[in-house]
Design a binder for this molecule. Structure first.
Ligand code: SF4
Length: 622
């Protein structure tokens, strides 16, 4: 009898929306071993199937939704999946993750990934179950927000909420807002590069997957149990000193403020005296909280919340993550935590990326303050700092592209260029259009550099702190240009390896235990060095895709405000922009990329097994 295909469901679901066709193709063990899953699968499929000239809203664009080798196992947080596509913020590749249950249910239903092409003649949703799938009419779901859609789809299917995972777009995706997100499992968001707009362009309202009953074959269950337990112990006690386990990602906010990394009023200051009121510590000790964990997760940092004080008392929703606390707190000058809860949930329900939404809102507030805009330009919205109700109305306008919402739906870079004058100098963005996460990256150079140079449209090499890899250099001087760019390059592949696994980053904090889990599931013998090479392969594949789709390396740079010198706070002595060219060059060199053009060198591509990419990047050497 043939040995099981350890670590994989063994099939990819193919969906052609234009022709209403659904097919299953076998997953080859070679493809699985080379790309592992998640972002790796997506990077390669995009390269093979989306040629130059295909725009983000072209039916020939693909959306790859992929779990990975750990998806649906007992490893905590293994309901995570990657969405990989060409997106509208950068007109380049996007790779963005969401946790919850989707990735696990997909694998239990018999698929490692779904590849979606075409555009449906009428609004549809995809329902995956028991090794097959079907397209269903979604016209009755139009205009519904993401939570309403989730409920309506589960009701349509006659399934209780815990038996089906639904990821959908809200009005923002339907109206192709450039920063529309994909939202599911009540509050989980694949946020970056406008994946929701790509769904909208395909007239695909949602993807639902029922919890199947086909377990993923695991090579060594005892070894997996031991490694998964080690992983949990590390994530719950050692990662950030146990803060995330105890207070959620919002528990990190006081430390982020103390180091000058909290975005305050669109980077006009780095000091927010009321920071404690928008922290996880405050929410967990003042509001009603109950657990809402993802698949197999004992870290369980995701909670539901009921506001118990202030003007929004009684409001119920998902507890905001750090990024939303910063986005709808300090970035817009709001210190009411109840208002943060309301705006965070509104953003999710409308299907918007909270990062970009708050960069737009904070930028407008600064423009208003400086007299670059009047309420008449904003359909009567005042938008003074802290104007929570004004922001709520603004978000609705953007999601429906109504009035001023139409041009603001293009994101802060394009909106500020439309306004002209001083306005583009006030926005927080990268010149290629990627949205930074909700930090003041002038206090976290490691992530600022990464956001500018990444090929995923969001962070690629960084995340909180660099991974604790055996033998890798440590980040001991966070404002040392040489050290920051070197650490990013040397450890960079690790984060993309993680995004190939189908696992949540808050659960995968111990690299050695992660690799042990992978080996136990798949029967492999990977080292952390092998893992780094797999991650680098995904990075280089995405970069090759981006060059083929017109990447201008000169635009891999921060907008003036994004890289400016802080006027106050702990990072005030440091000026990123002054060092950026040197850091970029060092990073490219250490990544094995040409220091003049940024293209991966032929020898780098050969080392990673990407020989077939060389002729496209280096036609003269092909
Ligand atoms: S750590 Fe949080 S986001 Fe990650 S899987 Fe667990 S509950 Fe979900």
């Amino acid at each position: 009898m043939a040995e099981p295909f350890y670590g994989y469901a063994g099939a990819i679901l193919r969906v052609d929306l234009t022709h209403g066709e659904i097919a299953t193709e076998p997953l080859s063990p070679f493809f699985a071993r080379t790309w592992v899953g998640g972002t790796g699968f997506g990077a390669r499929i995009l390269w093979e199937e989306v040629p130059a000239g295909v725009a983000w809203d072209d039916p020939e664009n693909r959306i790859v939704l992929a779990s990975g080798v750990l998806g649906g196992t007992r490893v905590g947080g293994s309901g995570t999946f990657s969405a990989v596509f060409k997106g509208p913020m950068t007109n380049l590749a996007g790779a963005t993750q969401a946790s919850g249950f989707f990735g696990a249910f997909l694998r239990l239903s018999g698929f490692d990934a779904v590849v979606i092409r075409g555009a449906a003649p009428e609004w549809s949703y995809l329902y995956i179950h028991d090794g097959t799938a079907e397209l269903r009419d979604a016209r009755h779901l139009l205009g519904k927000d993401t939570w309403e859609t989730e409920e309506a789809v589960a009701q349509d299917l006659g399934l209780p909420a815990h038996r089906v995972s639904v990821y959908s777009i809200g009005p923002a995706g339907e109206h192709r807002v450039r920063f529309a997100a994909l939202v599911g499992d009540r509050g989980h968001v694949a946020a970056h590069n406008g994946v929701g707009a790509v769904f909208g362009a395909k007239r695909l309202k949602a993807v639902a997957v029922a919890r199947g009953s086909r377990p993923v074959p695991v090579h060594d269950r005892d070894r997996l149990a031991e490694a998964a337990e080690r992983l949990f112990q590390h994530a719950s006690t050692k990662f950030a000193g146990g803060t995330v386990y105890k207070y959620g990602t919002g528990g990190l906010l006081p430390g982020i403020h103390a180091t000058g990394m909290l975005p305050v009023k669109n980077y006009t200051t780095s000091v927010f005296p009321e920071y404690e009121k928008i922290s996880g510590q405050y929410l967990r000790t003042h509001f009603d909280i109950h657990a809402h964990p993802c698949w197999a997760c004992r870290v369980a940092h995701v909670k539901m919340v009921r506001v118990t004080e202030g003007p929004y008392a009684g409001y119920e929703g998902e507890e905001p993550e750090y990024e939303c606390l910063a986005a709808w707190g300090s970035q817009i000058g709001n210190a009411d935590p109840g208002a943060v809860v309301m705006l965070s949930n509104l953003t999710d329900r409308l299907g918007l990326d909270a990062n970009e939404s708050s960069w737009v809102a904070g930028w407008l507030m600064e423009c208003r303050e400086k007299g670059l805009l009047s309420p008449a330009d904003l359909d009567g919205l005042d938008l003074a700092w802290g104007d929570v109700e004004g922001v709520a109305r603004l978000l609705h306008k953007i999601a429906w592209r109504e009035g001023c919402g139409d041009w603001l739906a293009e994101g802060v870079m394009r909106a500020s260029q439309r306004l002209g004058g001083e306005a583009p100098n006030l926005g927080i963005y990268t010149l290629k259009g990627a949205s930074p996460r909700s930090h003041d990256h002038r206090g976290r150079w490691y992530e600022l550099l990464d956001t500018c140079l990444s090929n995923t449209s969001t962070i690629e090499a960084s995340f909180g702190q660099p991974p604790d890899l055996p033998g890798a250099p440590k980040l001991t001087e966070p404002f040392n240009p040489e050290q920051v760019s070197t650490v990013n390059a040397v450890t960079g592949g690790w984060r993309q390896f993680e995004d190939c696994l189908g696992i949540c980053r808050f659960c995968s904090t111990d690299p050695l235990a992660v690799v042990d889990c992978v080996n136990a599931v798949a029967g492999w013998n990977l080292t952390t060095d092998d893992a780094l090479e797999i991650g680098r392969r995904a990075i280089n594949q995405l970069r090759a895709f981006n060059f083929r789709h017109g990447l201008d390396p000169a635009l891999e740079a921060p907008a003036p405000r994004y890289a400016s010198q802080p006027v106050d706070g702990p990072a005030a002595p440091y000026h990123f922009a002054a060092h950026f060219p040197q850091m970029k060059r060092n990073y490219w060199e250490k990544m094995g990329w040409d220091v003049e053009t940024g293209k991966p060198l032929p020898q780098t591509l050969r080392r990673l097994g990407l020989e077939d990419v060389i002729p496209a990047l280096w036609p003269e050497r092909g």
